[in-house]
Write a protein that binds this ligand. Structure first.
Ligand code: SF4
Ligand code: SF4
Length: 338
């Protein structure tokens, strides 16, 4: 597939020219955090950051979205299909999470999600390879890599003064062609520099062996380990809200007079109300049961249903849990203990 190098000083020009007519999102600094924001005059895309607070998932599966509006119980309007957009600077773990969601909301899901799929079809994802590992990430233990191409249209690698851009999909090739005037062919020395940077990120990653995890989980439902791995959890749901693969949602109808709208909002399996029945019965009444659901959903049910582990090792849940509950420790326990 096509490749090219781009002077970093021309990044904004390249994004504007190749993404003409589209909204271009880039990582920017907000306070101490990195977040995705539209590229506007005066905005400098961040290139040196660990990862964004919220993953790119929220551009494809927003935290809150109107599915339709209605008047007197009849459909009034369905939302316009999403306009084309480009997102630059997605970390490879988060692009891989999109690949997982593509399967779930698309080919293997119980029903296709037209809202998510329209956004995926009308967009281009440009990943930015990791040149260093954060102390909380573990992508290599769950099938990823600091330069993983999965889920991306283009992979960008930082070479110091330049970026090496490699198309991954035909969509990515078309994007490289559209901004081709600013690109130069990569030299062998630049390709070697990229390989060295990726290797150094790989070397810095936390790695642990999860080969036996799925087999263990298949017979783990009544294990005493669930109490141990959920003991300190406060049930705040933060881990699920930050996770790039978590996809639970609630749908509510909001009415005022004869008019109303149907709204989808993220929800969390870590909340007691999530599974509370109208009868008062709750099949997951305890934190232990809710933590078991979270981990089995990611490492057993989705493997059985769509063929993918739904954890990409981004480390957000590790870095942000208010009680320092570390999923890596939980996974090690579940893999090695009875
Ligand atoms: S962030 Fe930590 S405390 Fe909150 S629900 Fe997740 S594991 Fe539990
Ligand atoms: S479970 Fe934690 S480490 Fe895994 S993808 Fe979700 S937030 Fe990232």
């Amino acid at each position: 597939m096509k490749q090219g190098t781009l002077k970093k000083t021309r990044l904004v020009d390249w994004l504007r020219s190749a993404g003409a007519g589209q909204t271009v999102y880039v990582p920017v600094r907000r306070g101490t955090d990195a977040v995705f924001a539209p590229l506007q005059d005066g905005v400098e895309p961040l290139l040196d950051f660990d990862n964004t607070v919220l993953s790119v998932k929220s551009l494809f599966f927003p935290q809150c979205e109107v599915l339709l509006t209605f008047r007197k119980e009849r459909l009034d309007a369905a939302p316009e299909p999403a306009g084309p957009f480009v997102v630059f600077g997605v970390r490879p773990c988060d692009a891989r999470a999109l690949f997982c969601l593509d399967k779930l909301f698309g080919e293997f899901g119980q029903s296709r999600d037209p809202y998510y799929l329209a956004r995926r079809e009308n967009s281009a994802v440009i990943s930015l390879a990791c040149a260093k590992a954060c102390h909380t990430c573990f992508c290599a233990s769950v099938g990823g890599d600091p330069a993983d191409r999965t889920g991306a249209d283009i992979l960008a690698s930082d070479l110091g003064e330049d970026l090496l851009l490699e198309a991954v999909t035909p969509n990515g090739e078309a994007f490289l062609d559209a901004g081709g005037g600013l690109l130069s062919p990569p030299t062998e020395e630049q390709a070697a520099r990229r390989d060295n940077a990726v290797q150094s990120a790989r070397d810095g990653l936390t790695k642990f062996d999860l080969t036996d995890l799925k087999k263990r989980l298949d017979s783990s439902f009544d294990s005493g380990l669930w109490a141990a791995v959920s003991e300190v959890c406060r049930g705040c749901g933060l881990c699920t809200y930050l996770c790039p693969t978590c996809h639970c949602f609630d749908i509510t109808d909001e009415k005022k007079g004869a008019r109303g709208r149907r709204v989808r909002t993220w929800d969390s399996c870590q909340y007691a109300l999530f599974t509370l029945h109208a009868s008062g019965h709750n099949p997951r009444a305890s934190r232990k049961e809710r933590m078991r659901q979270r981990l089995l959903h990611k490492f057993q049910y989705t493997v059985d249903n769509v063929g993918e582990v739904f954890c990409v090792g981004c480390g957000r849940c590790v870095a942000n849990c208010p009680v320092n509950l570390d999923i890596r420790e939980a996974l090690k326990k579940l893999t090695t203990q009875r």
